[in-house]
Write a new protein. Structure first.
Length: 344
């Protein structure tokens, strides 16, 4: 099993220094780079302090300049917010600046609140339509001149400037729904899945969807399937409680965005009362500890082996969940020292 890291610039309140938050993300990525993590993922979100990520390619270019071998993934760019020529060029520029370390991830978006501001009038549930028009178009723009007269974009002959350094840039799709698994398999894309706070059975369901898509495609699937989970590895009761408390507070804010259940002031979502959260953002501590990649090293190793057994090729260590910076570093160091050797 290979390991990736996903980390955001995140502030839970305005007392946190922005420069310290910035530097923390780089330090975490550098720690991962030094021990052989394969990919560092940066998200795209807008007007939200808990995920400060207006352009994933910008922060990844900074990471590229300060790391050695770790690859750099957009996890993921939201197709509906971009013009294809712009997106193809930004991604290719990162590939050039990083000497060919780009992993191109594309998705269909998460929060209706964000769509209401970035793409007014578009229902988040229809974001996949933009993704499916965008992906083949970006690939064509990387090859040379393209004229396009599609449903969402139209433009005369143009190409991506620059072109990627890599002849075949790895492409990733964020998939949970069957239709997206079908699209990823049919178009030879790698897949990343995120079961949020749902049980391991949700990951098993994704495996079945992937298997069904491969069967429907009638051809072998040679892509990578990666699974992302919020992760905290702890060896003391204090660190355990800090991780659980942080996850519950983040989910109270995340629930606001998913359920449109509160206001967002200066980028900070109001916290939904914990007793009102259910479904994908349930916050029962025992459930969180069981479902997320939380635990002492032995517990985390056992959980990872379950994912490995259902065919997960890479585990994405999702570090951002409101936990303090020192606790985040301590968790990652424990993961590196006491978990990774079991999978070397």
């Amino acid at each position: 099993m290979k390991f990736h890291i996903a980390i955001n610039l995140e502030r839970m309140d305005d007392s946190q220094d922005m420069a310290a938050v910035r530097d923390h993300t780089l330090e975490m990525v550098q720690m991962a780079d030094e021990v052989g993590f394969e990919i560092a993922w940066a998200a795209e979100h807008h007007a939200i302090e808990m995920t400060i990520a207006p352009n994933p390619f910008q922060i990844m270019t900074w990471w590229a300049a300060n790391t050695k071998t770790i690859r750099l993934g957009a996890g993921v760019a939201n197709a509906a917010y971009w013009h294809p020529i712009n997106l193809a060029g930004e991604a290719a520029m990162l590939d050039l600046m990083s000497h060919g370390r780009l992993e191109f991830g594309l998705g269909s978006g998460a929060y209706q609140r964000e769509f209401d501001r970035m793409k007014p009038g578009l229902d988040q549930k229809d974001g996949w339509r933009y993704m499916q028009e965008m992906l083949p178009l970006v690939r064509k723009l990387w090859q040379g001149d393209v004229e396009h007269d599609g449903e969402y974009w139209q433009f005369p002959k143009a190409t991506s400037c620059p072109k990627p350094v890599q002849e075949d840039v790895p492409v990733w799709v964020a998939a949970r729904a069957p239709i997206t698994f079908d699209y990823a398999v049919e178009n030879d894309c790698n897949i990343m899945s995120w079961p949020l706070t749902l049980p391991f059975s949700e990951a098993e369901e994704y495996r079945q969807r992937l298997n069904d898509s491969i069967t429907r495609s009638g051809k072998p699937y040679e892509g990578t399937w990666a699974m992302m989970r919020h992760t905290a590895v702890y060896e003391t009761e204090a660190d355990r409680q800090a991780a659980l408390d942080a996850a519950r507070q983040v989910l109270a804010m995340f629930g606001n965005l998913m359920m449109k259940a509160g206001d967002v002031t200066n980028g900070f979502p109001e916290k939904v009362p914990l007793e009102k959260l259910d479904g994908n953002v349930r916050v029962d501590p025992e459930m969180l500890e069981q479902n997320l990649m939380f635990g002492d090293p032995d517990q985390v190793i056992a959980k990872l082996k379950r994912y490995q057994a259902i065919g997960v090729d890479a585990f994405i260590y999702y570090a951002s969940m409101g936990l303090g910076m020192e606790e985040q570093k301590r968790s990652l160091r424990t993961f590196i020292d006491k978990v990774m050797p079991e999978f070397s």
